[in-house]
Design a protein around this ligand. Sequence first.
Ligand code: HEM
Length: 221
Amino acid sequence: MAAAAHPVGKALLHPAAKPVLFAICLLPFAWLFYAAAANQLGANPAEALVRSTGDWTLRFLCIVLAVTPLRVITKTPALARFRRMLGLFVYFYVVVHLLSYSWFDMEFNVGDIIKDIIKRPFILVGFSAFVLLTPLAATSFNRAIKAMGAKRWQLLHKLVYAVAGFGILHFFWMRAGKNNFAEVFVYAAILATLLGWRVVQFVKKKRALPSPDKRSQLLNT
Ligand code: HEM
């Protein structure tokens, strides 16, 4: 069935769909901003801010990686319209996470931040995930995609596998001190499923292609 005729597909193509999703994606930030201003973040507001922005980074990573499997499985091509925005929200929340840490934990002392990143492996891993996310966010615009060419852009965006791995390792390492891994395993399972689905699709596509020998036979007939 064509996307436009499908009621869900139709709603997703509505001009208001993107602004509505944008507003929804900003809700966690708005809530945190309000809670911080209204002193509702508990006994340790700095820790609550760093932790919840870390959680939201990971949640948005799961959400953006779910778009393509959902689009393919539910045959809803209109979902693709939201991928870039959701990807940029991963970056938005990691920047807020980094800023919260730099401000509330380190008082914006660049020297101390660098020393901490080098000294604490879990921060180094989180920072590496942030560094790898930066080129993905920077090349998410049409002009960058055009300038790079679709093939190279797709290759660069494979970095998301490393981002997911580092994000989970960062979370795992942080929780190791408390021996509290339940949430880490839930996120790891979700990310492994979403990325595993892509690997399966890739292998299926490769298998469906005729071998080079068969291809040349076909060309010669
Ligand atoms: C893609 C990148 C990142 C992801 C997905 C991520 C995710 C997370 C998560 C899920 C938590 C734990 C929240 C909880 O306990 O509920 C966390 C905590 C934390 N992250 Fe990140 N993070 C990332 C990057 C960074 C960066 C760049 C820094 C700083 C340079 C950083 C510093 C911290 C700190 C200081 C904590 C809290 C540790 C504590 O309270 O003991 N993270 N992060």
